[in-house]
Design a protein around this ligand. Structure first.
Ligand SMILES: Nc1ncnc2c1ncn2[C@@H]1O[C@H](COP(=O)(O)OP(=O)(O)O)[C@@H](O)[C@H]1O
Ligand SMILES: [Mg+2]
Length: 561
């Protein structure tokens, strides 16, 4: 039901010029008096679809960014640079969201009490908009943000309430059908955690194999996701393009903004793919089964469907919170477990194509302080690297550690997707770039895996192409580096001294290391050299070295077996 007032030709121009306050009054007047919420929503929807719809959207978008959730309030002064892109991104989405999704949000904002906080208004605005919720989450996990902003964004993340517990229970019952009876499934009446795409609830069931009642969690695809998914992917794609076209306007590194939107898209695409995560969980479980102190939840296959994943319930809390309660010596152990589990295990795996966790932020790493076990959850995002790629990668870490420009260049060229010969002009450009890069690294710090990854990123910016999984691994290393930094710990020069000793040994015995991956210990050592940057890591390094090279060992690298 379209209102005559809205379709008048002068209306469009009028709308565009209207100040937000006037818009609010105009809208309130325009809405049919005494109508139900559904009727009012339909009226707004009709307005959005009418010829003046675009003008209405533009004004509303301004109303939102200037009044409802003012960007100045949302983005603190320390991040002033972020205000323009945040403002533009919000306008972009409001300009594109389908009328059916936008209309109820506008009505809701009109009806919220005037003194409602910006935070609450924002939460309502992004309710059931998985693309924006996910975006908030990705930014919240950026290690470079100041703690205050990170906390604020985390509150946002924890504030998602798109589904009611009873609806989630109903979905589970519908998905399982007769299996509820068959396995004696009892579902908890509360939601354990809710994120953009899924909600998690606890349950118990009778496991016919053990004959016992066991605990598990269901990860449930939220009901609106299938309907909204395509639209969210569309505007994220649009945002990536928009910011890629205007990358010079905002004063950020060229690809930062488009890459952020692409990451959000990738996360969403994989998170809705429950079947894929279920397969990955099985694979990951077997990859880690023999590793003590590291767990992956076990898939409860008989209770899984394409919209429902059933897993064993694991104990533990977010690793950074857990570590904060531990004495320094135990924090070191946690850091060591993290590096071994997330980098060393996949890098050393004997499989042809080994998987690695693609999103190991602290919330996906549960730590149990009582048992000292680390559980890696949330396997929606994973990648694979071939044996050959991993071999070159290990060598790259070594070569960067050794500041060896020729060796580094060889490994970079081997890892690149193009066939660049080292004596071609392009090959020489890469060589010079590397020499310069290595020369700039601080002398007194043995280089870390993060330096090698930084090198790959810089080269990628120069147009050298690397396989996607490698790029993802570099992101994983940065994330891990940030977590190690959060876990924290005192400095120690000892690990550094040992690492330098090892490096010197490598330099003088270069030939032996040409086929390093034949020796498992060698690679483990190399992995241990990956992440020095966290101050804490120096000590982990020592712990791993002590285990592999007990005192008295003279030639740790003597003949490869
Ligand atoms: N196997 C499990 N055992 C215990 N808690 C779990 C388990 N799987 C998930 N959770 C809880 O649910 C939350 C969300 O699960 P996760 O798999 O990370 O999905 P997403 O981050 O996509 O919502 C986790 O942070 C954790 O608190
Ligand atoms: Mg998660």
């Amino acid at each position: 039901m379209s209102s005559p007032a809205l379709s008048s030709p002068t209306m469009e121009g009028g709308l565009r010029q209207m100040a937000p306050v006037q818009l609010r009054a105009a809208l309130a007047n325009f809405l049919p008096k005494g109508a139900s919420a559904a009727e009012q929503t339909r009226a707004i929807e009709a307005g959005l679809r009418s010829p003046v719809g675009q003008g209405m959207r533009d004004t509303m978008a301004r109303w939102i960014v200037d009044e409802i959730v003012p960007v100045e309030r949302l983005v603190p002064p320390a991040y002033i640079k972020w205000r323009p892109p945040v403002r533009d991104a919000m306008m972009f989405v409001v300009a594109r969201l389908s009328p059916a999704r936008l209309a109820p949000k506008l009505l809701e904002q009109l009806e919220l009490p005037l003194d409602t906080s910006a935070e609450v208004r924002l939460l309502r605005l992004i309710a059931k908009v998985p693309g924006l919720q996910k975006l908030g989450q990705v930014i919240a996990r950026n290690q470079h943000l100041r703690p205050a902003l990170r906390n604020a964004l985390e509150r946002l993340e924890n504030g998602i309430r798109d589904v009611r517990p009873e609806d989630v229970v109903a979905i589970i019952r519908r998905e399982l059908g007769p299996r509820v009876e068959k396995y004696g499934v009892k579902i908890a009446p509360t939601i354990l955690s809710e994120a953009s795409v899924s909600a998690v609830v606890r349950f118990t069931w009778r496991n016919p194999e053990s004959g016992k009642r066991e605990r598990g969690v269901f990860k449930v695809l939220k009901p609106h996701i299938p309907e909204y998914f395509a639209e969210d992917m569309d505007y994220l794609q649009g945002l990536a393009q928009y910011f890629s076209d205007r990358q010079h306007n905002y004063g950020f590194p060229a690809k930062l903004l488009p890459d952020t939107f692409k990451k959000v898209q990738r996360l969403l695409r994989h998170e809705v793919n429950f079947a894929r995560e279920q397969k990955t969980l099985v694979e990951a479980w077997s990859l880690y089964r023999s590793m003590r102190g590291v767990r992956v939840p076990r898939l409860i296959q008989p209770l899984c469907t394409p919209r429902l994943t059933a897993l064993t319930e694991e104990r533990g809390i977010k690793v950074t919170n857990a570590a904060a309660r531990l004495p320094v010596a135990r924090r070191r152990k946690v850091a060591e477990q993290l590096i071994e589990a997330l980098v060393a295990v996949p890098l050393l795996s004997a499989q042809q194509d080994a998987i690695f966790h693609g999103d190991p932020h602290a919330g996906n790493l549960l730590y149990n302080n009582r048992t000292g076990e680390l559980t890696i959850i949330d396997w929606a995002l994973r990648e694979r690297l071939s044996r050959d790629q991993r071999r070159h990668l290990a060598l790259l870490f070594l070569m960067v550690t050794l500041r060896d420009p020729v060796g580094t260049c060889n490994e970079v060229l081997a890892l690149s997707q193009q066939h660049i010969r080292s004596n071609s002009p392009r090959g020489r450009m890469v060589g010079e770039f590397i020499t310069h890069f290595l020369g700039e690294l601080p002398v007194m710090r043995l280089s870390s895996g993060v330096d090698a990854m930084l090198l790959l990123e810089r080269l990628a910016m120069k147009g050298v192409k690397f396989p996607g999984p490698l790029i993802m691994l570099s992101k994983v290393m940065f994330t891990l580096d940030g977590i190690l930094g959060d876990i924290g710990g005192p400095d120690s020069g000892l690990g550094f001294a040992i690492a330098r000793h090892v490096a010197e040994h490598w330099i003088t015995n270069r030939k032996e290391f040409r086929s390093p991956l034949k020796t498992r210990d060698w690679v483990t050592l190399q992995c241990s050299a990956l992440l020095y940057t966290g101050r804490l890591w120096l000590q982990c390094e020592q712990a791993i070295l002590d285990r592999l090279l007990p005192a008295g060992t003279t030639s740790p690298f003597a003949p490869a077996q």
